[in-house]
Design a protein around this ligand. Structure first.
Ligand code: HEC
Length: 156
């Protein structure tokens, strides 16, 4: 190989490698965003449970509006959060998502569908008064533990 040829080769190779790094960087930034987004959405679910839990425990008087709003917020997350688990977001960003999500995406989506159904029923139940809401709330609350046990690893 002549010097010019060699230089050209080295240049192309460097360009190719730089391109690979750029592609990797872009995907990982998107993956980081997906992780941050799904965490924020789960925090909204946590906040909704907190607002409702105080009413369920009688620490706060039942308010149908608050009860319904919390169910709606959780229902919206249940219906949309599946888009925040792209294949390249299995690790990083302090995620506590378990690898099982990607090994068993069908099961994970079924758990989300159940969460959506239970919170959907909760929206209607909140309109029906305290007793009907409380029963629905109990069912909604079971989703947290059951999904977290299967699809989440505790890291902190
Ligand atoms: C269908 C599965 C599923 C259901 C149902 C579910 N979660 Fe989660 N939740 C997850 C996953 C997966 C994570 C981990 C997200 C990550 O770190 O990538 C998580 C994380 C969280 C977090 C931590 C967010 C953070 O900042 O890291 C909170 C809080 C939370 N969930 C609350 C709840 C509550 C409360 C409920 C029930 C009302 C609930 N979740 C129902 C799957 C679920």
């Amino acid at each position: 190989m002549g010097t010019t040829k060699l230089l050209k080769f080295a240049y192309l190779k460097t360009g190719f490698i730089a391109g690979l790094f750029a592609a990797f960087f872009v995907t990982s930034v998107q993956a980081q965003d997906a992780i941050a987004d799904r965490k924020a959405m789960m925090q909204a679910v946590g906040a909704s449970m907190k607002a409702s839990g105080a009413m369920a425990k009688g620490q706060k008087p039942f308010d149908a509006g608050t009860a319904e709003l919390a169910m709606r917020a959780m229902n919206a997350v249940a219906l949309g959060i599946d888009s925040k688990f792209p294949a390249d977001s299995k690790t990083g960003g302090k995620t506590t998502s378990a690898p099982k999500i990607w090994e068993d995406m069908g099961g994970f989506k079924a758990a989300l569908a159940k969460f959506a159904a239970d919170t959907g029923a909760g929206i209607e139940a909140a309109k029906g008064g305290e007793a009907s809401w409380k029963a629905a709330f109990g069912k909604v609350a079971q989703n947290c533990k059951s999904c977290h046990q299967s699809y989440r690893v505790k890291k902190n």
